[in-house]
Design a protein around this ligand. Sequence first.
Ligand code: TYD
Length: 230
Amino acid sequence: MGLFITFEGPEGSGKSTQARLLYERLQAMGYPVILTREPGGTRISELIRRILVDLRHTEMAPTTETLLFSAARAQLVSELVRPYLNTGGIVLCDRYADSTFAYQGYGLGRDLDELQAITTIATSGLQPDLTFYLDLDVEAGLQRKRSARDRVNEAKAAPNYTPPVEWNRLDARDLAYHQRVAAGFAELISNDPARWRQLSAEQPLETLAEAIYFAAEPFLERVPRLEPRR
Ligand code: TYD
């Protein structure tokens, strides 16, 4: 029941922006839709997120990190995602379990079968119907995120200061780590090509948004609109 769409991609690929654009479009069309993110999306999961991204937590063991991402996910799935899908609605999620395989699996070297077992517990087996991968060169993405952070720091003094772009404990890992993650995503995609849509993040925002909507459109048939606007 319902429709579950997730967004994945390297840092700075603009997937949060694209998830929001799709959310706004579907909402304007009268679809029952919610947008959430990982790690986070519920009160408890957002608290876990704070522990995960804190730059001071350099001593965090990989097992702790893996279990915290999974704990945040378990809460999100049981509190928000499953109940909303059960009402027949659309859930858009900025990152999901694929990130655990890519980051903690390929990136940190955790055993993939073990991650599968933990993920099945956390999600009670819930898989996305469709996953977008916004493809961007790793270095370019990190650079984008760094410049966004610098702009934020400069803008802080300004009166119309916008919310900060996080530069967090996980971004701060070295380039080789982020490259292993990207290679991991490529492998995840090739293992399950039917679920994934890989799109270049290096195209104009509107063009990419259009391509994402176009790919999602066939899946919308199964979701009845609440209040179609003409
Ligand atoms: P965030 O600032 O949301 O980054 P992004 O905008 O790139 O999504 O921070 C989330 C970070 O957590 C990001 O570096 C990816 C990482 N992550 C994992 O390592 N494992 C996971 O299971 C998830 C969901 C995220």
